[in-house]
Design a protein around this ligand. Structure first.
Ligand code: ZN
Length: 241
């Protein structure tokens, strides 16, 4: 099976559609979505509609739960809070029901998916260091755990003797090792590269490939400003931070 693994769309329709086109050309069998379809951007309804059509295996992000009152708004910074209040008004009742039914963890035979960490999925911690990676590896029963949330693509590897971090363009899965793979972000990358980021996971070939896709960033920025959302949410897209 070939999986497109993606997350953190954040209502950025231009970025999402560019990634869907790239995925379509890559012969994808199934989609894995690691959370945060909404928040920050100006097209929450359209992004939710696209997502639902893909019938993905899906987990909740902090913004998805935040907009339906399942994560406290105190968790978020000022700009994120403003965008969540705006999003709450913008989406339909059916969208709210969809978001409120998302689970925190989904598992398959060879992988599992979660937005933040396996140790406290409901707290939406960031997978930023070896200690947090170790706690997730302790609970991980499969060879790969896909995570999002930090908006920075990268991989923690457990080679049974130590845990180390790398930022590869392509990963060959080695038998006996385990991996925590952050798929980056489609709608608001924070690794200094403005292009939308996602992964293609091929479980027959045992490979994971990181892809970057250009999109119409000016249109996405224009819509954020027109919606009256905080200017920084438009500006930061250009620098990928
Ligand atoms: Zn996010």
């Amino acid at each position: 099976m070939r999986y497109a693994v993606f997350s953190d769309v954040h209502s950025n329709l231009e970025a999402f559609e560019a990634v869907l086109e790239a995925a379509h050309k890559s012969h994808i069998d199934q989609y894995l979505f690691l959370g945060d379809i909404v928040g920050y951007g100006a097209n929450p309804c359209e992004c939710i509609a696209h997502l639902r059509k893909l019938c993905p295996l899906i987990v909740a992000g902090n913004h998805d739960w935040g907009v339906v009152g399942m994560t406290d708004l105190d968790y978020f910074n000022e700009e994120a809070r403003a965008s969540l209040v705006w999003t709450k008004e913008a989406i339909a009742e059916a969208d709210r029901i969809f978001l409120s039914q998302l689970k925190l963890v989904q598992e398959s035979v060879r992988f599992c998916i979660v937005h933040g960490t396996l140790s406290h999925p409901e707290e939406f911690d960031y997978m930023t260091d070896g200690q947090r990676a170790a706690k997730t590896f302790y609970l991980l029963e499969q060879e790969v755990c896909f995570v999002g949330h930090s908006h920075r693509p990268g991989v923690f590897v457990d080679d049974t003797e130590k845990i180390y971090y790398q930022v590869p363009k392509r990963l060959d899965i080695v038998k006996g090792r385990r991996y925590i793979v952050n798929d980056g972000s489609i709608g608001q990358p924070r690794d200094g590269d403005w292009r939308a980021c996602f992964c293609i996971y091929d479980d027959n070939a045992s490979t994971i490939e990181f892809r970057r896709v250009e999109y119409n960033i000016h249109e996405a920025q224009k819509k954020i400003l027109e919606a009256g959302l905080p200017r920084i949410l438009a500006d930061r897209l250009s620098i990928g931070r």
